[in-house]
Design a protein around this ligand. Sequence first.
Ligand SMILES: NC(=O)c1ccc[n+]([C@@H]2O[C@H](COP(=O)([O-])OP(=O)(O)OC[C@H]3O[C@@H](n4cnc5c(N)ncnc54)[C@H](OP(=O)(O)O)[C@@H]3O)[C@@H](O)[C@H]2O)c1
Length: 365
Amino acid sequence: MSAPIIRNICSSRRAFFHRTLSLKKRFSSSIHALIYDEYGDPTKVVQLETLNDLPLVDKKSIRIKMLASPINPADINTIQGIYPVKPPLPAVGGFEGVGEVVEIKSGASDIKVGDMVIPAINSLGTWRSQVVCPSDCVTVLPEGTPRLFAATLRVNTCTSYRMLADFQDLQAGDTVIQNAANSGAGQMAIQIAAARGLKTINIVRDRPNVDELKAHLHNLGADIVVTDTELRMSSPQKLLQGLPKPKLGLNAVGGKSAISLMKYLQNGGTMVTYGGMSKQPVTVPTGMLIFNDIKVVGYWMTRWHDNNPNSVEAARMFDELCQWSKEGRLCIPRHRLVNIKDYKSGIESAMADFTTEKQILVFDN
Ligand SMILES: NC(=O)c1ccc[n+]([C@@H]2O[C@H](COP(=O)([O-])OP(=O)(O)OC[C@H]3O[C@@H](n4cnc5c(N)ncnc54)[C@H](OP(=O)(O)O)[C@@H]3O)[C@@H](O)[C@H]2O)c1
C-alpha cells in the first residue's frame, strides 16, 4: 500500500474550494482534509491535503474541531460519482461526524464553546480536522452523549430509528426482519428494536466465522440470526420459533435477499428498501402484491432531514437516541478508529466484504 500523499492544495483549487465556504480567509495553523477533485475510485482520487489558510470566524459562523467521522457507503458512492448527491469539486469527503465548538463570536447565541455538534446539513465535508461553517449548519447534542455514538448518529442510527417508527405501527412483541443485519445500520436497528421491545430476525451473509458474528448480534439484542443459506433452507414455522410473522422488513441488499426477506412478512406487511449493497434490483413476485398485500417502499434519511430541519420530531428523535446511548441501551456498532493519515487503509476496509467494522476517522488536532 502506498503512503498517503500530504500536499498543499494548489492555489486555483484552493480558491475554488474556499469560495464554496463563502467566508473570509486568514493565515493560521494548518488543518488536514481528505479532498477529491474528480469522481472515481475512492482509493485513488481521495488525497490527504494540508490547508494553511483557514476561514475566519465571523458573527454568523463557528469553528469546530472535528473529533471523529465515519466512512459510510454513501460517502464511498458519492466519491465514485454514483450517489444522487454530487458536491461541487473539489470537495471534502464525509457526510457526518462529530466535533467540538472551539471558536465562536457573540452572534451565535444558541451555541457555546465546548458544545458537541453534528452536521445539520449533508454537504459539510466532515473528513477534516477543522470546519468553519455557519452556526445553523450544525445540531448541538445533549451534554454527555458518547462521542463515537454522536459521530454515527445522523446517518445510520437515525435511519434505523425512523424506519422502525414511520412505516408500521409496531408494538412491543411485534417482529421485524432485516438483511445486512451486521451493517452499521443493522446493528443499530437491532438495538433500537430491543429498546422498544420489538423482536428481530437478522439475516447475514455466510462467512467462515459466522458463529462469532451471530454471538455479537445476539449480544446486541438480536432474537434470531440466520445466514442467507439457512434462511433459504428453513421454513417460516421452523425459523420463527413461535414469534409472530414480521410486520416490517428492512432491506439494504436487494436481489435474491430482498425476495427471501419479503417471503417472511405477514400479510399487509411492509418492506422498506434503504440500501442496494448487492447492486441487484428489487423484484417483487406478483402474488406478494396481490394476495399478500405486501407494501414495497423506499426510504432516504437525507430527504427526511431536509424536510425536517429543526422540527419537534427531529429534536425528539435526537433526544431519545442520545438518552438511550447515555443509558447504555445503544452502543456504537463494531468499529475501528483510523487516523486521518491512514485514510487509505480506512477506505479500503470500508469497501471490503465481510468486515463488520465501521471505519471511523479521527483527527490530530
Ligand atoms: N437510505 C438511507 O437513508 C440510508 C441511510 C443509511 C445507510 N443506508 C444504506 O444502508 C446500507 C448499509 O449502510 P451501513 O453504513 O450500515 O453499511 P456498513 O456498516 O458499511 O455495512 C455494509 C453491509 O453491506 C453488506 N454487503 C456488502 N456488500 C454486499 C453484497 N454484495 N451483498 C449483500 N450484502 C452486502 C455487508 O455485509 P458483509 O459483512 O456480508 O460484507 C454489511 O452488512 C448501505 O447500502 C447504505 O448506503 C441508507
